[in-house]
Design a protein around this ligand. Structure first.
Ligand code: TPP
Length: 338
């Protein structure tokens, strides 16, 4: 499928050609790919329990959007969030340990795959309910305005979430109150086994922004440089003018909805066709053509990233389980002094 972009390219002046930036984007996408491949392996080996949703195929959308943020900006995600957590700078060890249910994990092993969280990294989860995080992201946006600071909130969700009431409530209030939020819809064309055209009356999700008089953009979510360029603009719009926006990134997940999905609702040819546009391979080819990267360097980056993931697995495996006596810890917040 050829994604028809909006006139984004024409509006965009920035050209992303700095070698260090491109290398960083490449390495981050590869880390997510290798991390998720290993996660699938560990799930099959029963080291990881519960539900588990992978980001494989969506790396350009993840890295292109989140890399446009500053460390103090906020990210809210969904249950498909391992890649988002890594892109926000959380250590692969802490993410893998959380998947293993260990005390050293981001949520001390209490959250698992769907509930990664790190206050330090301003990564505010990890939500299992479709559309759940959007109004909560508005709360962070409101707090930023109230406190007069200039952080930005990025709220990331799937196409399925845009048919949920909370999506419309959040966009309405964000526009009304001029909240500094970039709403990012990861349109991977399916919500579990349901194609977007069977669930949404409007399949071009960016158009839903017009109901709230909000900037709406659509970008090829397999092209990390295109995603980064438009994200830079929308993040600047949120930071400088406190205006929210909706960005639709059209992408594809190569694997089933979750590890337990037999993936029978779509043809193998469709998956193969999307894989011909793989974002990591494309950026590698682009950098080779521009003489920024050689085959040997690509091999070396892969070895380094693979070693990082192996180290995360070893760390998770050797980490302690939570102590049963702490079962009720963190169930309720500590009492706040009045
Ligand atoms: C309110 C609610 N309804 C139904 C579900 C069951 N459910 C889990 S994932 C999912 C599909 C969501 O698809 P989408 O938002 O496109 O995200 P993707 O999985 O494609 O990343 C559904 C219906 C849920 N978790 N929450």
């Amino acid at each position: 499928m050829k994604v028809e972009q909006r006139a984004t390219e024409g509006r965009t002046k920035t050209v992303l050609s700095d070698k260090d930036t491109l290398l960083k984007l490449y390495r981050e996408m590869l880390l997510i790919r290798r991390f998720e491949e290993k996660t699938a392996e560990m799930y099959q080996a029963a080291k990881i329990g519960g539900f588990c949703h992978l980001n494989i195929g969506e790396e350009a959308t993840i890295v292109g959007t989140i890399s446009a943020l500053q460390p103090k900006d906020y990210v809210y995600s969904t249950y498909r969030e391992h890649g988002h957590a890594l892109a926000k700078g959380i250590d692969a060890r802490a993410v893998m340990a959380e998947l293993f249910g260990k005390e050293t994990g981001t949520s001390h092993g209490r959250g698992g795959s769907m509930h990664l969280f790190s206050q330090e990294h301003r990564f505010y989860g990890g939500y299992a309910i479709v559309g759940q995080a959007l109004p909560i992201a508005c709360g962070s946006g409101y707090a930023i305005n109230y406190q007069g600071t200039n952080e930005v909130v990025m709220s990331i969700f799937g196409d399925g979430a845009t048919n949920i009431g909370a999506f419309h409530e959040a966009l309405n209030v964000a526009k009304l109150w001029h909240l500094p939020i970039v709403f990012v819809c990861v349109n991977n064309l399916y919500g579990m086994g349901t194609a977007v055209s069977r669930a949404s009356a409007v399949t071009e999700i960016w158009k839903k922004a017009c109901a709230y008089d909000m900037t709406g953009e659509r970008v090829d979510g397999m092209d990390v440089l295109a995603v980064r360029r438009i994200s830079d603009q929308l993040v600047a719009q949120a930071r400088e003018h406190h205006e929210p926006s909706l960005l639709e990134c059209v992408t594809y997940r190569y694997r089933g909805h979750s590890m337990s999905d037999p993936d029978t609702y779509r043809g193998k040819d469709e998956i193969k066709e999307w894989q011909t546009r793989d974002a990591i391979l494309s950026l590698g080819e682009h950098m080779k053509k521009e003489k920024m990267l050689t085959d040997d360097e690509i091999q070396q980056i892969d070895e380094e990233v693979t070693a990082q993931v192996e180290d995360a697995v070893k760390f998770a495996d050797e980490s302690p389980d939570p102590d049963p006596k702490d079962l009720y810890r963190n169930v309720y917040a500590d009492e706040v002094a009045s």
